[in-house]
Write a protein that binds this ligand. Structure first.
Ligand code: SF4
Ligand code: SF4
Length: 161
């Protein structure tokens, strides 16, 4: 099986069209759940849904593309600069409370940029090999709390081969 149907319950108007077209009875409009053990990924429900509440998604995400090591290095440099900027902004925020909203907006935008950069570098995809390698490193941490969380995540996340 390549795909599963996913229902966005916020968009669902419970008109039950998906229920009528589903050949396997996998869509349950009472509970809002789609039974993955029955779903054969035919996509009939997604086509029938007038609210666009159903999306067909692959069971396993495509393998991560290889990234040039130089690109990753540069992305980490940009992330480091952003972290430095956050430090400066935090200090400035403490010294200039009257400008709080502007600084908070800048802090937020910097954090979002760092997340984007790390995702681009391949570290924020939960199923990526880079994330798995990072977690393995954290699992060797001397900090028991970090070690514990890293081990829990390692057991939880399937890694794309
Ligand atoms: S994809 Fe097909 S089998 Fe799966 S829930 Fe939708 S209609 Fe049913
Ligand atoms: S067809 Fe769409 S809107 Fe209607 S019950 Fe199914 S998911 Fe909800």
């Amino acid at each position: 099986m390549k795909n599963h149907a996913y229902r966005n319950i916020k968009l669902c108007t419970k008109d039950c069209l998906c229920l009528f077209v589903c050949p396997t009875g996998a869509t349950d409009t009472e509970t809002g759940q789609i039974d993955f053990s029955k779903c054969i990924g035919c996509g009939a429900c997604a086509q029938a849904c007038p609210s666009r509440a159903i999306t067909m998604l692959p069971n396993i995400m495509p393998a991560q593309q290889n990234k040039d090591i130089e690109v990753i290095k540069q992305l980490f440099k940009i992330a480091d600069n952003k972290i430095e900027e956050i430090g400066i902004l935090k200090k400035t925020l403490n010294d200039h409370v009257e400008d709080e909203r502007l600084y908070k907006a800048l802090l937020h935008s910097n954090k979002v940029m760092i997340e984007d950069i790390m995702r681009e570098a391949g570290y924020m995809l939960p199923q990526s090999k880079n994330t798995a390698a990072l977690l393995q490193t954290l699992a060797c941490s001397n900090d028991a709390y970090v070690k514990n969380i890293a081990n829990k995540l390692i057991n939880l996340i399937n890694v794309n081969e």
